[in-house]
Design a protein around this ligand. Structure first.
Ligand code: RET
Length: 284
């Protein structure tokens, strides 16, 4: 051990454990990242194939296909980054052990934080919300509010992931993210449910089912975050596997459900005005 500092002239010097501990993925975690990369890539090919099968004259029926294909495309890119070792930072914590007659010791712990996830989520969760908002037929103002609150949730979540422990920083950011998440839920549960009821029972029931599914899956994310990044009670591999399962449910499974239902339920077609549904220049 190497003495680094002394807190007061009369006390013993504090020493730092010279061997820091790195907490990172093993082969299990890395293999999981590759598997999800493959799943997202297959979903991307299937969803874009489904979009090609929609006649060119029916562009308004392709909007969900485009949004949903973009979602799995971003996910595939972000999983490629993480599987090849990109988009990973290290969060540092120093643990001090106090001793009576020997110097205090420090242990430095560096834990892998996959910040590429947050880049993915900041692009894909707004698009997932857009799918749901379009299905419900929400107005532009409410869609904007839901999307902006969602982006705030993800970015403040990223700050929380690198926030220091033992100060208000980490859990302060987490609390702000949770408030933003409540705004998102509010938009869907109140405004989404209200506008979709005007589209008739069939669409309203489908919206209730797929938005309910989304709400359950999304709510598990901050719980996993709290256990893995917050209280450090989950190792990096377990964190990777948990998010892998959630990501597959939230993106390819959600997307397949939406697109297949949309094909057999013409009432789900987006009807919010020329820009989104008609194609520019097609109206005159
Ligand atoms: C964080 C931590 C801070 C508090 C909250 C969070 C919520 C994250 C959510 C993520 C959803 C991700 C999805 C990914 C798609 O594949 C950022 C974890 C509230 C809701 C759906």
């Amino acid at each position: 051990t190497v003495p680094t500092s002394s807190s007061s002239p009369t006390s013993l010097p504090t020493v730092t454990n010279p061997v820091p501990e790195y907490q990172k993925a093993t082969e299990t975690g890395e293999r999981t990242l590759w598997v999800v990369f493959v799943v997202m890539t297959i979903a991307m090919i299937v969803f874009s194939g489904m979009s090609w099968s929609v006649p060119i004259a029916d562009q308004s029926k392709r909007l969900y296909h485009i949004v949903t294909t973009l979602i799995v495309t971003f996910a595939a890119i972000s999983y490629f980054a993480m599987a090849t070792g990109h988009g990973i930072g290290y969060h540092h914590v120093r643990i001090t052990e106090q001793h009576e007659h020997v110097p205090d010791t420090h242990k430095d712990i560096y834990r892998a934080v996959y910040w590429a996830r947050y880049v993915d989520w900041s692009l894909t969760t707004p698009l997932l919300l857009l799918d749901l908002c379009l299905l419900a037929g929400m107005n532009g103002g409410n869609i904007l509010l839901a999307v902006v609150a969602d982006i705030i949730m993800i970015l403040t979540g990223l700050f929380a992931a690198f926030g220091s422990e033992g100060t208000p920083q980490k859990w302060g950011w987490y609390a702000i993210a949770c408030i933003a998440y409540l705004v998102v839920i509010w938009q869907l549960a109140v405004h989404g449910r209200h506008t979709v009821s005007q589209k008739g029972g069939k669409v309203a029931n489908f919206f209730a089912a797929i938005a309910g599914f989304t709400l359950i899956i999304w709510t598990v994310y901050p719980i996993i975050w709290g256990i893995a990044d917050g209280s450090r009670n989950m190792n990096v591999d377990e964190e990777i596997i948990s998010y892998a399962v959630l990501d597959i449910l939230a993106k390819p499974v959600f997307g397949a459900w939406l697109l297949f239902t949309h094909m057999s339920m013409p009432e789900t077609t987006v009807e919010i005005g020329g820009f989104w549904s008609q194609g520019l220049g097609n109206e005159g």
